[in-house]
Design a protein around this ligand. Structure first.
Ligand code: GRF
Length: 203
């Protein structure tokens, strides 16, 4: 068969977004990958009944898997369900539970998180959402930002792949800083996810 007529098999990589909250990042990610040539948002995983992200997923026809603590932490971390959805990469977007070892081992180097500060500062257990911005302001920092990192077994600890900064003004409070940080997240996270899928699924 001449080379030009060999069929090209275009694999699509499936992402599961894990989220616990409002889901503004999830919305951006879902919209960015709509009709993407090699990435599909195949699933939203949520641990919090009533979270805004559930409506966002449903309105974009993305299936939602609601998860329970016991099964997540003492079972297989829902690995079987994720395999059934043929998930290749997991993206955390405001997911407040620690990812258990079973899941990290099932997806080695294939779980990405976004943290609303410049790691390694202002990360770790208890430092999430508003608490991060309160701490940054209380410490009188002149800059904050976002960190996109690979997830390992410790909170906010894996390799940082990308950071972007924003100035903290004297007039900022946790709400205004959160708004600036969200803007940065929406601007950068989808593109960084695209690069991560490309990198982590190669070879
Ligand atoms: C984001 O700031 C993210 O960095 C943090 O949780 C927040 C989630 O916001 N981990 P949203 O639910 O995507 O609006």
């Amino acid at each position: 068969m001449p080379v030009s007529s060999v069929p090209v098999i275009n694999k699509k990589y499936n992402i599961a977004i894990f989220a616990s909250g409002a889901g503004s990042n999830a919305r951006r990610i879902i919209e960015y990958f709509h009709h993407h040539p090699f990435i599909s948002i195949a699933l939203v995983v949520c641990n919090k009944p009533g979270a805004g992200v559930i409506n966002i997923a449903e309105s974009h026809q993305v299936p939602v898997l609601m998860i329970e603590k016991e099964h997540f932490f003492r079972g297989d971390g829902y690995t079987d369900e994720l395999r059934n959805f043929k998930i290749d990469v997991i993206v955390l977007a405001g997911f407040l539970w620690k990812v258990p070892s079973t899941l990290i081992q099932a997806y080695p180097g294939k779980i990405l998180n976004i943290h609303p500060a410049l790691l390694p500062s202002y990360g770790g257990k208890g430092l999430y959402g508003r608490f991060v911005h309160e701490s940054v302001i209380a410490a009188g920092e002149k800059q904050s930002g976002i960190s996109i990192h690979v997830v390992d077994e410790q909170y906010d600890h894996g390799d940082v792949l990308f950071q972007a900064t924003v100035d903290v003004q004297a007039s900022d409070n946790p709400d205004t800083l959160a708004e600036k940080i969200h803007k940065l997240e929406h601007e950068h996270y989808p593109r960084q996810i695209e690069k991560f899928v490309d990198m982590s699924t190669r070879g």
